[in-house]
Design a protein around this ligand. Structure first.
Ligand SMILES: NC(=O)c1ccc[n+]([C@@H]2O[C@H](COP(=O)([O-])OP(=O)(O)OC[C@H]3O[C@@H](n4cnc5c(N)ncnc54)[C@H](OP(=O)(O)O)[C@@H]3O)[C@@H](O)[C@H]2O)c1
Length: 353
Protein backbone atom coordinates (compact mmCIF):
# COMPACT_ATOMS: atom_id res chain seq x y z
CA UNK A 1 0.00 0.00 0.00
CA UNK A 2 1.20 3.51 -0.78
CA UNK A 3 2.25 5.69 2.14
CA UNK A 4 2.52 9.39 1.31
CA UNK A 5 4.92 11.52 3.32
CA UNK A 6 4.84 15.28 3.58
CA UNK A 7 8.25 16.19 5.02
CA UNK A 8 8.47 19.50 6.85
CA UNK A 9 12.09 20.65 7.00
CA UNK A 10 15.07 19.77 4.83
CA UNK A 11 17.82 20.47 7.36
CA UNK A 12 20.06 17.99 9.21
CA UNK A 13 17.20 15.71 10.32
CA UNK A 14 15.03 16.15 7.20
CA UNK A 15 17.90 15.23 4.87
CA UNK A 16 18.77 12.19 7.01
CA UNK A 17 15.13 11.15 6.86
CA UNK A 18 15.12 11.30 3.04
CA UNK A 19 18.36 9.28 2.87
CA UNK A 20 16.91 6.72 5.28
CA UNK A 21 13.70 6.24 3.30
CA UNK A 22 15.73 5.88 0.09
CA UNK A 23 18.14 3.38 1.69
CA UNK A 24 15.38 1.26 3.26
CA UNK A 25 12.74 1.61 0.56
CA UNK A 26 13.00 -2.04 -0.51
CA UNK A 27 13.19 -3.37 3.05
CA UNK A 28 9.99 -1.68 4.19
CA UNK A 29 8.21 -2.87 1.04
CA UNK A 30 9.36 -6.44 1.70
CA UNK A 31 8.84 -6.43 5.48
CA UNK A 32 5.74 -4.29 5.87
CA UNK A 33 4.22 -3.90 2.39
CA UNK A 34 4.82 -0.15 2.51
CA UNK A 35 5.44 1.74 -0.73
CA UNK A 36 6.75 5.13 0.49
CA UNK A 37 6.23 8.27 -1.62
CA UNK A 38 7.17 11.87 -0.84
CA UNK A 39 4.10 13.96 -1.65
CA UNK A 40 5.93 17.13 -0.61
CA UNK A 41 9.08 18.43 1.06
CA UNK A 42 9.14 21.95 2.47
CA UNK A 43 11.64 24.36 3.98
CA UNK A 44 11.49 27.89 5.38
CA UNK A 45 11.09 29.50 1.95
CA UNK A 46 8.93 27.12 -0.05
CA UNK A 47 8.26 23.54 -1.07
CA UNK A 48 8.34 20.90 -3.78
CA UNK A 49 5.27 18.72 -4.24
CA UNK A 50 3.84 16.04 -6.49
CA UNK A 51 0.55 14.27 -5.66
CA UNK A 52 1.90 11.12 -7.39
CA UNK A 53 5.16 11.23 -5.43
CA UNK A 54 8.38 13.18 -5.95
CA UNK A 55 11.40 11.54 -7.55
CA UNK A 56 13.10 10.10 -4.46
CA UNK A 57 16.48 9.75 -6.19
CA UNK A 58 16.56 13.49 -6.87
CA UNK A 59 15.70 14.25 -3.23
CA UNK A 60 18.23 11.73 -1.89
CA UNK A 61 20.93 13.16 -4.16
CA UNK A 62 20.22 16.65 -2.85
CA UNK A 63 20.26 15.35 0.73
CA UNK A 64 23.63 13.64 0.21
CA UNK A 65 25.07 16.82 -1.32
CA UNK A 66 23.49 18.87 1.53
CA UNK A 67 21.79 21.12 -1.01
CA UNK A 68 19.15 23.64 -0.05
CA UNK A 69 15.64 22.65 -1.08
CA UNK A 70 15.39 25.86 -3.12
CA UNK A 71 17.85 24.28 -5.59
CA UNK A 72 15.24 21.64 -6.53
CA UNK A 73 14.07 22.24 -10.14
CA UNK A 74 10.39 22.23 -9.10
CA UNK A 75 10.78 24.47 -6.02
CA UNK A 76 7.72 26.69 -5.37
CA UNK A 77 8.33 29.72 -3.12
CA UNK A 78 5.66 30.44 -0.48
CA UNK A 79 3.22 33.04 -1.71
CA UNK A 80 3.08 31.67 -5.26
CA UNK A 81 0.18 29.32 -4.34
CA UNK A 82 -1.79 28.43 -1.19
CA UNK A 83 0.84 27.32 1.34
CA UNK A 84 -1.18 24.55 3.02
CA UNK A 85 -2.35 23.13 -0.32
CA UNK A 86 1.29 23.04 -1.39
CA UNK A 87 2.63 21.39 1.75
CA UNK A 88 -0.35 19.02 2.06
CA UNK A 89 -1.31 18.11 -1.51
CA UNK A 90 -4.34 15.96 -2.34
CA UNK A 91 -2.50 12.72 -2.98
CA UNK A 92 -3.33 10.38 -5.84
CA UNK A 93 -5.60 7.41 -5.03
CA UNK A 94 -7.82 6.78 -2.03
CA UNK A 95 -6.25 3.59 -0.70
CA UNK A 96 -3.23 5.12 1.01
CA UNK A 97 -1.94 6.41 4.33
CA UNK A 98 -0.71 9.98 4.72
CA UNK A 99 1.88 11.12 7.27
CA UNK A 100 3.20 14.61 7.95
CA UNK A 101 6.78 14.19 9.19
CA UNK A 102 7.67 17.33 11.17
CA UNK A 103 11.42 18.10 11.13
CA UNK A 104 11.41 21.88 10.83
CA UNK A 105 12.34 24.45 13.45
CA UNK A 106 9.39 26.09 15.17
CA UNK A 107 9.15 28.87 17.72
CA UNK A 108 9.51 27.65 21.30
CA UNK A 109 6.82 29.98 22.70
CA UNK A 110 4.16 29.54 19.98
CA UNK A 111 5.03 26.24 18.26
CA UNK A 112 4.67 28.07 14.95
CA UNK A 113 4.79 27.66 12.01
CA UNK A 114 4.62 23.89 12.52
CA UNK A 115 1.66 24.00 14.92
CA UNK A 116 -0.67 25.54 12.31
CA UNK A 117 0.60 23.13 9.65
CA UNK A 118 0.03 20.17 12.00
CA UNK A 119 -3.54 21.31 12.74
CA UNK A 120 -4.28 21.77 9.06
CA UNK A 121 -2.75 18.36 8.31
CA UNK A 122 -4.80 16.57 10.98
CA UNK A 123 -8.03 18.16 9.73
CA UNK A 124 -7.15 16.92 6.21
CA UNK A 125 -6.60 13.34 7.42
CA UNK A 126 -2.82 13.36 7.68
CA UNK A 127 -1.23 11.42 10.56
CA UNK A 128 1.67 13.09 12.38
CA UNK A 129 5.19 11.84 13.12
CA UNK A 130 6.96 14.72 14.87
CA UNK A 131 10.61 15.19 15.68
CA UNK A 132 9.73 18.70 16.86
CA UNK A 133 8.92 19.31 20.52
CA UNK A 134 7.61 22.89 20.52
CA UNK A 135 4.19 22.39 18.85
CA UNK A 136 3.50 19.45 21.19
CA UNK A 137 4.62 21.26 24.30
CA UNK A 138 2.52 24.32 23.39
CA UNK A 139 -0.65 22.51 22.30
CA UNK A 140 -0.53 18.90 23.45
CA UNK A 141 -4.20 18.76 24.51
CA UNK A 142 -5.49 20.43 21.37
CA UNK A 143 -3.44 18.24 19.01
CA UNK A 144 -4.35 15.06 20.90
CA UNK A 145 -8.04 15.94 20.80
CA UNK A 146 -7.90 16.87 17.10
CA UNK A 147 -6.13 13.60 16.26
CA UNK A 148 -8.86 11.67 18.11
CA UNK A 149 -11.64 13.61 16.38
CA UNK A 150 -10.21 13.14 12.87
CA UNK A 151 -9.16 9.52 13.45
CA UNK A 152 -5.45 10.00 12.80
CA UNK A 153 -2.35 9.09 14.79
CA UNK A 154 -0.11 11.56 16.58
CA UNK A 155 3.35 10.11 17.24
CA UNK A 156 6.45 11.93 18.47
CA UNK A 157 9.27 9.52 19.30
CA UNK A 158 11.74 11.96 17.74
CA UNK A 159 10.65 14.65 20.19
CA UNK A 160 11.11 12.48 23.29
CA UNK A 161 14.83 11.61 23.22
CA UNK A 162 14.82 10.26 19.65
CA UNK A 163 16.88 7.04 19.56
CA UNK A 164 15.88 6.22 23.14
CA UNK A 165 12.54 4.40 23.05
CA UNK A 166 10.29 6.00 25.67
CA UNK A 167 6.63 6.33 24.73
CA UNK A 168 6.62 3.10 22.69
CA UNK A 169 7.89 1.23 25.75
CA UNK A 170 5.25 2.75 27.98
CA UNK A 171 2.40 2.15 25.54
CA UNK A 172 3.36 -1.26 24.10
CA UNK A 173 5.80 -3.05 26.40
CA UNK A 174 4.22 -1.83 29.64
CA UNK A 175 0.60 -2.03 28.50
CA UNK A 176 -1.71 -2.90 31.38
CA UNK A 177 0.66 -1.68 34.06
CA UNK A 178 0.47 1.61 35.89
CA UNK A 179 3.55 3.78 35.51
CA UNK A 180 4.29 5.04 39.01
CA UNK A 181 7.41 7.05 38.16
CA UNK A 182 9.71 7.90 35.27
CA UNK A 183 13.31 9.09 35.41
CA UNK A 184 15.46 9.97 32.45
CA UNK A 185 18.82 11.21 31.27
CA UNK A 186 17.28 12.79 28.22
CA UNK A 187 19.69 15.45 27.00
CA UNK A 188 23.02 14.60 25.34
CA UNK A 189 24.64 18.03 25.87
CA UNK A 190 24.20 18.10 29.65
CA UNK A 191 25.23 14.47 30.04
CA UNK A 192 28.35 15.09 27.96
CA UNK A 193 29.27 18.17 30.01
CA UNK A 194 28.69 16.47 33.39
CA UNK A 195 30.62 13.39 32.26
CA UNK A 196 33.64 15.52 31.30
CA UNK A 197 33.45 17.41 34.60
CA UNK A 198 33.38 14.10 36.51
CA UNK A 199 36.05 12.26 34.54
CA UNK A 200 38.50 15.11 33.87
CA UNK A 201 37.83 17.37 36.86
CA UNK A 202 37.39 20.39 34.58
CA UNK A 203 35.09 23.40 34.98
CA UNK A 204 31.60 23.73 33.53
CA UNK A 205 32.84 26.35 31.03
CA UNK A 206 35.73 24.14 29.83
CA UNK A 207 33.44 21.11 29.51
CA UNK A 208 30.85 23.10 27.56
CA UNK A 209 33.44 24.42 25.15
CA UNK A 210 34.70 20.83 24.57
CA UNK A 211 31.10 19.70 24.02
CA UNK A 212 30.76 22.45 21.38
CA UNK A 213 34.05 21.45 19.75
CA UNK A 214 32.91 17.82 19.47
CA UNK A 215 29.45 18.69 18.13
CA UNK A 216 27.55 17.78 21.32
CA UNK A 217 26.39 21.33 22.04
CA UNK A 218 24.58 23.82 19.81
CA UNK A 219 26.20 27.26 19.29
CA UNK A 220 23.50 28.47 21.71
CA UNK A 221 23.08 25.66 24.28
CA UNK A 222 20.90 27.73 26.68
CA UNK A 223 17.81 25.51 26.45
CA UNK A 224 19.94 22.40 27.08
CA UNK A 225 22.04 23.61 30.01
CA UNK A 226 19.12 25.39 31.69
CA UNK A 227 17.19 22.08 31.66
CA UNK A 228 14.39 23.25 29.36
CA UNK A 229 15.02 20.60 26.69
CA UNK A 230 14.93 17.86 29.34
CA UNK A 231 11.78 19.43 30.80
CA UNK A 232 9.99 19.34 27.43
CA UNK A 233 10.92 15.68 26.95
CA UNK A 234 9.96 14.42 30.43
CA UNK A 235 6.73 16.44 30.16
CA UNK A 236 5.74 14.77 26.88
CA UNK A 237 6.74 11.32 28.14
CA UNK A 238 4.84 11.76 31.43
CA UNK A 239 1.71 13.03 29.68
CA UNK A 240 1.76 10.01 27.37
CA UNK A 241 2.76 7.35 29.90
CA UNK A 242 1.09 8.54 33.10
CA UNK A 243 -2.15 9.89 31.62
CA UNK A 244 -1.64 13.41 32.97
CA UNK A 245 -2.08 16.72 31.16
CA UNK A 246 0.75 18.77 32.59
CA UNK A 247 2.14 21.95 31.06
CA UNK A 248 5.72 23.18 30.91
CA UNK A 249 4.86 25.73 33.59
CA UNK A 250 4.11 22.78 35.96
CA UNK A 251 7.69 21.53 35.70
CA UNK A 252 10.21 22.66 38.31
CA UNK A 253 13.47 23.21 36.42
CA UNK A 254 17.06 23.64 37.61
CA UNK A 255 19.93 23.74 35.11
CA UNK A 256 23.58 22.70 35.41
CA UNK A 257 25.28 26.10 34.97
CA UNK A 258 25.98 26.48 38.70
CA UNK A 259 27.78 23.12 39.08
CA UNK A 260 31.44 23.48 40.08
CA UNK A 261 34.35 20.97 40.01
CA UNK A 262 34.17 21.12 43.81
CA UNK A 263 30.55 19.89 43.77
CA UNK A 264 31.55 17.04 41.48
CA UNK A 265 34.54 16.12 43.66
CA UNK A 266 32.54 16.13 46.90
CA UNK A 267 29.91 13.82 45.43
CA UNK A 268 32.69 11.52 44.16
CA UNK A 269 33.89 11.08 47.77
CA UNK A 270 30.40 9.73 48.51
CA UNK A 271 30.62 7.37 45.49
CA UNK A 272 28.09 9.40 43.53
CA UNK A 273 28.12 11.11 40.16
CA UNK A 274 26.03 14.06 38.97
CA UNK A 275 23.48 13.44 36.21
CA UNK A 276 20.88 15.77 34.76
CA UNK A 277 17.61 13.97 35.51
CA UNK A 278 14.08 14.62 34.38
CA UNK A 279 11.64 12.82 36.66
CA UNK A 280 7.90 12.43 37.06
CA UNK A 281 6.21 10.67 39.95
CA UNK A 282 2.74 10.15 41.38
CA UNK A 283 1.93 12.00 44.61
CA UNK A 284 -1.50 12.46 46.22
CA UNK A 285 -3.48 11.58 43.05
CA UNK A 286 -1.35 14.00 41.07
CA UNK A 287 1.79 13.78 38.96
CA UNK A 288 4.79 15.94 39.85
CA UNK A 289 7.53 16.70 37.34
CA UNK A 290 10.98 18.07 38.05
CA UNK A 291 14.28 18.54 36.23
CA UNK A 292 17.55 18.99 38.11
CA UNK A 293 21.10 17.67 38.42
CA UNK A 294 21.06 14.75 40.88
CA UNK A 295 23.83 12.77 42.58
CA UNK A 296 23.42 9.16 41.43
CA UNK A 297 25.18 6.32 43.33
CA UNK A 298 27.90 4.52 41.35
CA UNK A 299 25.97 1.23 41.55
CA UNK A 300 22.95 2.75 39.78
CA UNK A 301 22.68 1.98 36.05
CA UNK A 302 22.28 5.70 35.33
CA UNK A 303 25.83 6.29 36.65
CA UNK A 304 27.18 4.23 33.73
CA UNK A 305 25.36 6.29 31.09
CA UNK A 306 28.15 8.61 30.03
CA UNK A 307 29.01 11.05 27.24
CA UNK A 308 26.16 11.60 24.83
CA UNK A 309 24.26 8.55 26.13
CA UNK A 310 20.65 8.69 27.28
CA UNK A 311 18.55 6.50 29.54
CA UNK A 312 15.03 6.12 30.87
CA UNK A 313 13.72 4.23 33.89
CA UNK A 314 10.07 3.29 34.31
CA UNK A 315 8.79 2.21 37.72
CA UNK A 316 5.59 0.22 37.32
CA UNK A 317 3.13 -1.72 39.44
CA UNK A 318 3.33 -4.94 37.37
CA UNK A 319 6.93 -5.16 36.16
CA UNK A 320 8.90 -3.28 38.79
CA UNK A 321 11.72 -1.20 37.33
CA UNK A 322 12.78 -1.20 33.71
CA UNK A 323 15.81 0.72 32.44
CA UNK A 324 16.65 1.34 28.79
CA UNK A 325 19.81 3.08 27.56
CA UNK A 326 21.09 4.21 24.19
CA UNK A 327 24.34 5.71 22.96
CA UNK A 328 23.29 6.73 19.43
CA UNK A 329 21.96 10.27 19.07
CA UNK A 330 21.92 13.24 16.73
CA UNK A 331 20.19 13.65 13.37
CA UNK A 332 20.54 9.99 12.34
CA UNK A 333 18.76 8.73 15.47
CA UNK A 334 16.17 11.53 15.20
CA UNK A 335 15.42 10.62 11.59
CA UNK A 336 15.36 6.94 12.56
CA UNK A 337 12.78 7.54 15.27
CA UNK A 338 10.58 9.46 12.80
CA UNK A 339 10.99 6.58 10.35
CA UNK A 340 9.96 4.13 13.10
CA UNK A 341 6.86 6.21 13.84
CA UNK A 342 5.89 6.25 10.16
CA UNK A 343 6.18 2.45 9.98
CA UNK A 344 4.20 2.00 13.20
CA UNK A 345 1.46 4.38 12.01
CA UNK A 346 1.15 2.20 8.92
CA UNK A 347 1.12 -1.00 11.00
CA UNK A 348 -1.49 0.49 13.31
CA UNK A 349 -3.85 1.20 10.43
CA UNK A 350 -3.26 -2.35 9.20
CA UNK A 351 -4.29 -3.62 12.65
CA UNK A 352 -0.83 -5.15 13.09
CA UNK A 353 0.23 -3.36 16.26
N1 LIG B 1 19.43 17.61 15.12
C1 LIG B 1 19.08 16.68 16.01
O1 LIG B 1 19.89 15.86 16.43
C2 LIG B 1 17.64 16.57 16.48
C3 LIG B 1 17.28 15.52 17.34
C4 LIG B 1 15.93 15.41 17.75
C5 LIG B 1 15.01 16.34 17.31
N2 LIG B 1 15.41 17.37 16.49
C6 LIG B 1 14.41 18.34 16.05
O2 LIG B 1 14.23 18.18 14.64
C7 LIG B 1 13.94 19.45 14.05
C8 LIG B 1 14.92 19.71 12.90
O3 LIG B 1 16.24 19.75 13.42
P1 LIG B 1 17.49 19.98 12.45
O4 LIG B 1 18.70 19.68 13.27
O5 LIG B 1 17.29 19.26 11.18
O6 LIG B 1 17.40 21.57 12.21
P2 LIG B 1 17.99 22.38 10.97
O7 LIG B 1 19.16 21.68 10.38
O8 LIG B 1 18.15 23.77 11.44
O9 LIG B 1 16.83 22.33 9.86
C9 LIG B 1 15.60 22.96 10.06
C10 LIG B 1 14.81 22.88 8.78
O10 LIG B 1 13.55 23.46 9.03
C11 LIG B 1 13.26 24.32 7.96
N3 LIG B 1 12.30 25.33 8.35
C12 LIG B 1 12.49 26.42 9.11
N4 LIG B 1 11.37 27.14 9.16
C13 LIG B 1 10.46 26.47 8.41
C14 LIG B 1 9.12 26.73 8.04
N5 LIG B 1 8.54 27.86 8.40
N6 LIG B 1 8.47 25.82 7.27
C15 LIG B 1 9.09 24.72 6.84
N7 LIG B 1 10.37 24.44 7.13
C16 LIG B 1 11.04 25.32 7.90
C17 LIG B 1 14.58 24.91 7.55
O11 LIG B 1 14.46 25.50 6.25
P3 LIG B 1 15.74 26.07 5.45
O12 LIG B 1 16.41 24.86 4.89
O13 LIG B 1 15.12 26.93 4.41
O14 LIG B 1 16.56 26.81 6.45
C18 LIG B 1 15.43 23.66 7.61
O15 LIG B 1 15.28 22.92 6.42
C19 LIG B 1 14.04 20.49 15.18
O16 LIG B 1 12.75 20.79 15.63
C20 LIG B 1 14.84 19.78 16.24
O17 LIG B 1 14.51 20.24 17.54
C21 LIG B 1 16.70 17.50 16.06
Amino acid sequence: MKLYISLLGFGKVGRQFVKLVRAKEQDILNWHGIEPKFASVSSSRGYVANPDGLDIDVLAGMAIREQNLAEHPDFVPYGAKDKMDGILPEVAGKDCIKVLVAAASSDFETGEPTLSIMKSAISRGWNIASMEKSPLVVAFDELTEMARKFGVELRYSGATAAGLPTIDIAKISLAGSKVMAIEGILNATTNYVLTLMSEDGISYEEALSMARAHGYAEPDPTRDVMGIDTACKILLIANAAMGCRKKLSDVKITGITHITPRDVASWAIEQRTLKMIGRAWREDDDVKIEVSPMAVPYYDMFAKVNGSGKAVRFVTDLFGELVVTVQEGGPVAAAGSGFKDVINIFRSFQGRI
